[in-house]
Design a binder for this molecule. Sequence first.
Ligand code: 38G
Length: 285
Amino acid sequence: MAVFKLDNVEDLYEIGNVLGSGHFGQVREVRERATGAQWAGKFLKLKRGVGSRLGLERKNVEKEVEILQSLQHQNIMALKDVFESRAEVVLIVELIKGGELFDFIAEKENLTETEAIEFMKQILEGVRYMHQKNVGHFDLKPENIMLSDKHAPKPDIKIIDFGMAHRFIQGEEYKSLGGTPQYIGPEIINYEPLSTAADMWSIGVITYILLSGLSPFQGETDEETLRNIVAMNYEFEPHHFSQTSNMAKDFIQKLLVKDQSERMTAEECLIHPWIKPLNRTQIAN
Ligand SMILES: COc1cc(-c2ccc3ncc(-c4cccc([C@@H](O)NCCN(C)C)c4)n3n2)ccc1O
């Protein structure tokens, strides 16, 4: 069983404002007393007893921490420290000040292909790195892609929220029904064995959204969304894709593939002509 620091987190960090909350717990600004440095603290309530419905299983928190401890990459949020008390675990992670990519897109409605390519390159670098370590994120979506500084000409991105992540062990089978309906692939809906390719489906959906502001499979209800995914029911709506290059559509089409083994990997995405063109005249075609 992993042992986290048993010091009282408030002895080392001044706890600040709430930045956000959700299934992942509560995220607050924290200031390191010794240095004055700013960090983010993710506060997770643990289940108080076997029968308790509230709080997280300690083993699930240990799994997320073990995965985060194994990942050091400029496009993945860094973990600095972990504290635990009787009923809570606190993850101290790098503070990311630029907000969510989701909000950035919402403010701009959609991005130019050049802007989208810059974001996708960074997302793919982080995903390639975690897949090389046999880690699948399994909840990739614009809300879990944050920006270091949204006012920078080329904002750096950070992938956050590894609460659904899994490290594959050679030969083991892993299934999950988790994730956010708009972004999950058919294999998750059909409860089939998963691989890191599940993240690549989400990358295809994220790219579609970055370029159009639309979500390819979203229906009126989650059930309709899931039916659209299993039926591969999506299109490049002419009104929203008339200015989008064929290269970009090809990139998306090579990710929204039902058979996981036929989908592009992160490595293959990074050498796809849309991301790494031989020359810029190709995009105009
Ligand atoms: C360690 O695990 C997480 C970290 C973070 C995290 C890490 C650094 C950091 N700096 C600023 C923020 C932040 C700022 C505003 C809102 C939020 C959060 O409520 N929304 C993040 C995305 N959400 C859909 C998970 C988080 N964060 N959030 C968010 C979710 C996590 O599961």
